[in-house]
Structure formats: C-alpha cells, structure tokens
Write a new protein. Structure first.
Length: 170
C-alpha cells in the first residue's frame, strides 16, 4: 500500500446516514420495550401515593408511649439509686458496729467490770477485814455462779459490797 492511499484512509470521513438511522431506530425500540416492562409511567404516581400515605401516619401515640416509658425508667432509676445508697449505708453501719464491738466495746466492758470488782473488793475488805486473797477466792466462786446462772456478776458484787458496808456479815 502506498502512503497516499494510507493518508486518504486516515483523512477520509464518511457518514452513512442510512446505517445511522437504522441503528438509532433499533436502540429506540429497545428502550421503549424496556420502559414498557419497567412500567415507569406509573412509577412517579406510585411514589406520590407513598409520600401521601406516609404524611398521614400519626406518631403521637408512639411518642406519648415513649415519654411514659422514659418517666417510668427515671422512676426506676431513682428507686435503684436510693436502694443502693441505703444498702451501702447499712453495710457501712454494720462494719462500724462490728469494728466497735470487736475493739472499744469489749475493752470498755472489761475495764468497767474490772473497776467494779476492784471497788467491791476494797469495800468488802474494809468492811470484813479479810485479805485480798480471801475476798478474791469468794468472788471467783461468785463469778463461776454468775456464769452458770442468769445473774450478773457486777450486780452481785455491788450488792455484796453494799450489804457488807452497811454492817451485814455473811
């Protein structure tokens, strides 16, 4: 092939109108068939009816129900917080009471009992003229008796001290 022929082929432009119209007609026919199958003519009408029906929906009942539920949950939250606070306070009080009973109350009670016994021993010794050893022997028997019965040792020693200081001898 000569260069002139190649140049003519590259530069030559030809428009075949008959072929173009035939292809356009085929494309249009295919698009019309597609449009008929998709039924696009009623699509906009269908969307408009959906929009109209959606605007008719009333959410007031649901909104009111949600507000009521929110109030009930707020009430439950308040109850739960109050209950947890009360439980915490009771636990703290029980812990403090336990610590106090294990430390201060026992020591205070023991010291009080010792003080009462010492006072009673001194009173009984002064009133009877007995020695500390003799008085402690009697009080040890009295303590055993108070442990075996429902009588209180402190009350018994006070009573003995009062009776001996008033002049009664047993």
């Amino acid at each position: 092939m000569s260069s002139k022929k190649i140049d003519e082929k590259v530069v030559e432009m030809r428009f075949d109108n008959a072929n173009f119209e035939k292809n356009v007609s085929t494309t249009m026919s295919t698009l019309d068939k597609l449009k008929a199958k998709l039924n696009l003519s009623g699509a906009s009408k269908g969307l408009e009816s959906i929009n109209t029906e959606a605007n008719k929906v009333n959410f007031l009942g649901m909104s009111t129900a949600l507000d009521t539920i929110q109030v009930k949950f707020s009430t439950l939250e308040t109850i739960a917080i109050t209950t947890l606070a009360n439980i915490t306070n009771k636990a703290v009080d029980a812990g403090l009471s336990l610590v106090k009973s294990l430390t201060i109350d026992q020591v205070t009670a023991g010291w009080g009992k010792f003080n009462d016994k010492t006072s009673s021993v001194q009173t009984i010794m002064n009133a009877t003229g007995k020695s500390v050893k003799d008085v402690n022997t009697y009080l040890d028997k009295l303590m055993w008796y108070s442990d075996e019965t429902s009588y209180d040792f402190t009350d018994m020693t006070k009573a003995i001290a009062q009776m001996t200081s008033s002049g009664r001898r047993y």
